[in-house]
Design a protein around this ligand. Sequence first.
Ligand SMILES: [Cu+2]
Length: 259
Amino acid sequence: MVKSKLYIALFLVGVTAACGGGETAAPEATIEDAPAAEASSGVAPDLSQAGSISGKVNFEGEAPQMARIRMGAEPSCEDKNEGPVYSQDVVVNDNGTLKNALVWIKGGMDQYSFPTPSEPVVLDQNGCLYTPHVLGVQAGQDIRMLNSDSATHNIHPVPTNNREFNISQSEGQEMTRSFPRTEIAVPVKCNIHPWMKAYIAVVPHPYFSVTADDGTFELNDLPPGDYTIEVWHEKYGAQEQQITVDPDSSQELDFSYSG
Ligand SMILES: [Cu+2]
């Protein structure tokens, strides 16, 4: 009884927000509370015959020139970085693969629900750069946001399906936030340092992987089934492939972007 009243209350808040709507951001409570429903339907997957998918994200053609970041406006950061710093928007690895691509299961998991991990992921600001540049997180999972610099930063995620915020952080401060709704991916900027950019990919389950210096990805502990796998990259966009995971199988799957 208490529960159903709560749902009705949430529903009314949602309707009110929608009517007031337009482009205006919804009230904080609505965005924070509503997605719990999104995450709670479904059953736990049977992982007794789980399979896995691994592969790499290739890059064909010539790697584009990486833009140099000039940090003269923030000498403490310029001093902290050794050597030149380059934009991370396209990083082609030495082995011809693409870094900072998110691979996740886009379709085929709707019948399942997954507990929210209790361990937070970390987004650091270090040397006036966001680390990592692309961060994967499960919906509702905590994101610890740190400032390891003596400079003050201003974390400003600009989501389309979650709540925007915009918070200053001075040296050593930290805060924890989460994004309750799936969004691939939330751009994050710093209002003080225009070169600072990151992306937070909010995934509704634990099956995601971000490519690093070797361009590989792994999706493990998959319940057998048919899936749509998507790779997303901030500049080159998204691609999909269909795949069937057989019981106890391990398969390889590669993606390819061209510059
Ligand atoms: Cu900053």
